[in-house]
Design a protein around this ligand. Structure first.
Ligand SMILES: Nc1nc2c(ncn2[C@@H]2O[C@H](COP(=O)(O)OP(=O)(O)O)[C@@H](O)[C@H]2O)c(=O)[nH]1
Ligand SMILES: *[C@@H]1O[C@H](CO)[C@@H](O)[C@H](O)[C@H]1NC(C)=O
Ligand SMILES: [Mg+2]
Length: 432
């Protein structure tokens, strides 16, 4: 009798075991999902990007864009390696899929990243910028975001920014050589300059860190180890705004149209910060004629064929550009030459005139692009499209009266003239 009931107990145990195995197999997908919301960099309790993707109507997007975990779900139809011809970009409201602004966008992705230089204290100002970039564009594209800092980022900064970015986030600490005085700089001379500029009340004139920042953005951000993984970048600063929907992928636009540098705002540089920059540039042009492009934009920089600089530059707090161009021999020779001349410390050369002069002289005219449809604000200037229909199509929330493009202190009219471009609808009457 005892042997008989032991056999029943064994049957029951086997049955439970079998059920457990079946349960495990049918639920293994959910096990993978759970691990997704706890990948490093996501905030427990927040909706993970993987969950967002699963809700997209196209059914695509379960391929995680954050974290490196594998998934057994079907591959989404977006990413690198897809044939662009199969996924035409919607550039105007007449193009198919123009109004398809929900879910993850189908089609190829470029080898591209957002990049932000910031301090830990910039956390809430960069959070605002990220939120707008995500809402207006990146939530459908999920590009990565690289954060760079001369000090280690703290956990708060990483947690908040990772929770806002739909792509992968990466955090890099800048090497000392890229954020310090190079050995050839005369410290006494540099100090006197700062004291003098402080007295003359030149903005950031007395700041050492601002000079390191400008030199870093001029010569080093594009060769940080994390940036070596990409071909294109979009620079985002704290406290900027994006006012219109971005319907197409600007990285892909750059790639397919062979653009290397782009801007939304241009203006005249404050002369006191760059008194000898043009002398350095002329020296470089003489030493390296091989780097000067034939069909260049010298006419954007100079009104007398290159003798004098008119101080026009593209505003570099917004940039979408080619990292490979910045890493080219032409650009790095240009930077090394300027760096040797010491103006980052003996004056206060900004990265905006440095990038702009390089682009204007070493790129062909048609490799520089003006993004009229990316509406943007960085204190104190706004780029807001003047065309009423365009603003409605893009659901812009900027006031066109704030648009800076056609005001006297902007250089954008000059850019249009040297490129023989027709000014956008609504430009006239905006000059003052
Ligand atoms: N890590 C770090 N970032 C800085 C420092 N100074 C400026 N930045 C960043 O460099 C960029 C330009 O600085 P910002 O203060 O906006 O200068 P402005 O736009 O010229 O007035 C921003 O992205 C800042 O967050 C610094 O000392 N350390
Ligand atoms: C992305 O660009 C980097 C830098 O040019 C390159 O090393 C890397 O192989 C590229 N990755 C892909 C997937 O094309
Ligand atoms: Mg700024």
């Amino acid at each position: 009798m005892a042997a008989g009931s032991a056999r029943y107990v064994r049957y029951i145990l086997f049955a439970f075991f079998g059920l457990a195995v079946i349960y495990f197999i049918t639920n293994s997908d959910r096990v993978v999902d759970t691990s997704k919301s706890t990948v490093p960099g996501t905030v427990p309790g927040h909706t993970s990007p993987a969950t967002d993707h699963a809700q997209s109507p196209s059914g695509s997007g379960s391929g995680a864009t954050k974290g490196d975990e594998k998934t057994s779900k079907p591959k989404p139809n977006h990413g690198p390696g897809l044939d662009p011809a199969d996924y035409p970009m919607a550039m105007t409201p007449n193009d198919p899929s123009w109004n398809d602004l929900s879910g993850i966008k189908d089609g190829p992705r470029m080898n591209a990243t957002f990049v932000t230089l910031a301090r830990n204290s910039d956390i809430w100002d960069i959070a605002r910028s990220i939120r707008q970039v995500e809402d207006r564009f990146n939530r459908r594209y999920n590009y990565d975001w690289v954060f760079l800092n001369d000090k280690p980022f703290d956990d708060d900064f990483k947690r908040v920014t990772s929770s806002l970015v739909s792509g992968k986030t990466h955090y890099g600490e800048i090497a000392k050589e890229h954020w310090s005085f190079p050995p050839h700089i005369d410290q006494e001379k540099a100090k006197k300059v700062r004291e003098d500029m402080a007295q003359r009340k030149i903005i950031y004139g007395d700041s050492i860190s601002y000079r390191h920042m400008c030199r870093f953005e001029s010569g080093f951000f594009f060769r940080q180890p994390l940036m070596m993984n990409y071909d294109y970048y979009w620079r985002v600063e704290p406290s900027v705004e994006l006012f219109c929907d971005v319907h197409y992928d600007p990285f892909r636009f750059m790639h397919e149209n062979n653009k290397k540098y782009s801007f939304v705002l241009s203006l005249y540089e404050y002369v006191e910060t760059i008194p000898t920059l043009w002398d350095s540039v002329k020296k470089f042009m003489k030493n390296h004629p091989e780097h000067i492009a034939e069909d260049n934009s010298m006419a954007f920089l100079s009104d007398d064929g290159g003798d004098n600089y008119n101080h026009c530059h593209f505003w570099s707090n917004f940039e979408i550009g080619s990292l490979n161009w910045l890493r080219s021999k032409a650009y790095t020779d240009f930077f090394e030459s300027l760096d040797q001349d010491g103006g980052f410390f003996y004056e206060r050369w900004g990265d905006a005139p440095v990038h702009s002069i390089a682009a204007a002289l070493m790129l062909k005219k048609d490799e520089i692009h003006f993004f009229n449809d990316i509406a943007y604000y960085h204190v104190p200037f706004t780029h807001c499209p003047t065309g009423e229909k365009l603003r409605a199509d893009l659901k812009c929330h900027c006031n066109p009266k704030d648009n800076f493009d056609w005001k006297g202190y902007s250089c954008t009219a000059r850019y249009f003239e040297i490129n023989g471009l027709e000014k956008p609808e609504g430009w006239s009457g905006q000059q003052d």
